[in-house]
Design a protein around this ligand. Structure first.
Ligand SMILES: [Zn+2]
Length: 453
């Protein structure tokens, strides 16, 4: 194909994409260069992430904003100046292959980038969270790092963990308060408490070793397990931690900083680390990013004697018995999943189904503490979008069960024609693309959220 024909073909495709984008987002394209670039043929639904955009576009100049719209196959970015946008446009348009199936992207200058409600927040911290930078010196960091020896070789899939004082049990999300460990918090950590402006003597330490690409699912530290506050010291490398409660706040935890997670941020916000290799966060100057390195975190906590008496009752396992449902989820998992794992062999390659936006919307709106059951959950694509609910999935495919399990989701093997669930187990049920197989039980309310308030 000669170059003229090729250009016409590209123009035709571009016009088609721009027409769709304009209809879906209202964004108008510009004939002359602007600060704003639109990627017309790739977006969140094709697996494009802020991280990928930063990786490929920050080399042309400082990015001020990145906008990905859930469920859409377009994305937008704004540079600080027009020359940077022009440089990026000329270097990547129809050449950079980050669209679906390794196809090249089509770019256009646009008048504005769309506003989204999922905009990441950077100008404030969750209430009660405090980050103290340079809390320890490099020498002190080296001393603390010498306390823990982790296997550094081999491809560890999950982060490595070591406990002192009490073992944190991930199966019950609590400590066994009657079984303290012989190994207490190393005395070398003692200097840290003198630097705090309040009196705090922790008796439990968890050391986490995160390699690039590893993370921790979003969670609220069990109220009845620990007192307030929780301290997290970041060693060897920074990371971005996401705090969530109706909104997401991305918080940079610099190397050698101390995070004091207290009050509302401890009791009512969940926190987690997205498993990825590049980190991305907003600052006053736009967005910033870095490649992750091995991070060691020291999390210091004080085991709570008795029950929690906080004022965040909805999130409180001591005061709100709805969380008993999570114990049920664990029990079901043990009953129905454990045995079948023995039979699973071979490698399973993930199919790339994307969630339907309307279903996602439903799941995201479920109230705090709701128990959601996904019948025919597949690879668990509707899980992990709402940290405030309890999720339980079932699918008849063992391979898909395993995949869910690997992704950290509670799932059991089952046939949707005879669900092994007790009455009134769920507040909400979804069954996507399998609903015609499901015999409805009058006690399970399909498609309706009924969380307690
Ligand atoms: Zn509580």
């Amino acid at each position: 194909m000669d170059s003229n024909k090729l250009r016409k073909k590209v123009d035709r495709k571009l016009r088609k994409h721009l027409h769709i984008i304009n209809k879906e987002t209202g964004v108008v394209c510009s004939e002359i260069p602007t600060l704003n670039l639109g990627i017309c043929n790739a977006g969140q639904i094709n697996g494009l992430t802020e991280e990928i955009i930063v990786e490929h576009f920050s080399e042309y100049g400082p990015l001020e904003r990145i906008v990905l719209i859930p469920g859409k196959s377009c994305a937008f970015m704004r540079y600080k100046d027009i020359p940077s946008a022009v440089k990026a446009f000329d270097a990547t348009n129809t050449q950079l292959k980050i669209a679906q199936d390794g196809k090249p992207i089509y770019l256009a200058y646009v008048e504005t980038v769309p506003e989204t409600s999922s905009e990441k927040i950077y100008d404030r911290l969750p209430p009660g969270l405090q980050i103290i930078e340079n809390f320890i010196t490099e020498e002190e960091e080296a001393t603390l790092l010498s306390l823990c020896h982790f296997e550094t070789s081999g491809g560890m899939k999950h982060r490595q963990v070591k406990h002192y004082g009490y073992e944190f049990r991930y199966d019950i999300n609590n400590v066994d308060k009657n079984k303290p460990l012989p190994e207490k918090i190393p005395t070398e950590c003692g200097f840290l408490w003198d630097r705090l402006s309040f009196n705090f003597r922790p008796d439990q330490l968890t050391i986490n070793h995160y390699k690039p690409g590893q993370g921790i699912p979003s969670h609220v530290d069990t109220h009845s397990a620990f007192e307030d506050p929780i301290l997290s010291l970041s060693l060897n490398a920074p990371v971005v931690m996401e705090f969530k409660k109706n909104e997401t706040i991305c918080v940079l935890l610099p190397r050698r900083s101390l995070a004091i997670i207290s009050g509302e941020s401890r009791y009512a916000w969940s926190h987690g680390i997205v498993p990825r290799k590049y980190d991305f966060y907003y600052t006053e100057d736009g967005c910033s990013s870095f490649k992750r390195d091995t991070r060691i975190s020291f999390t210091f906590r004080k085991v709570l004697k008795g029950e929690c008496n906080c004022s965040y009752k909805l999130n409180c396992d001591s005061q709100n018995k709805i969380t008993i449902e999570s114990a049920l989820a664990t029990k079901l998992e043990n009953q129905h999943v454990h045995d079948v794992y023995e039979d699973i062999a071979g490698h399973f390659s993930e199919t790339r189904h994307k969630p339907w936006p309307n279903v996602l919307n439903f799941v995201e709106k479920l109230r705090v503490g709701s128990v959601l059951v996904d019948v025919g959950c597949g690879n668990g694509k509707y899980f992990g979008h709402n940290s405030q609910i309890i999720e339980l999935g079932t699918d008849r495919s063992l391979k898909l069960n395993e995949l869910c399990k690997e992704r950290g989701f509670e799932v059991f093997n089952g046939n949707c024609l005879s669900l092994p669930l007790k009455d009134n187990t769920a507040d909400a049920v979804i069954s996507i693309a399998v609903i015609h197989h499901l015999r409805r039980s009058p006690d399970i309310r399909v498609g309706q959220a009924t969380g307690e308030e």
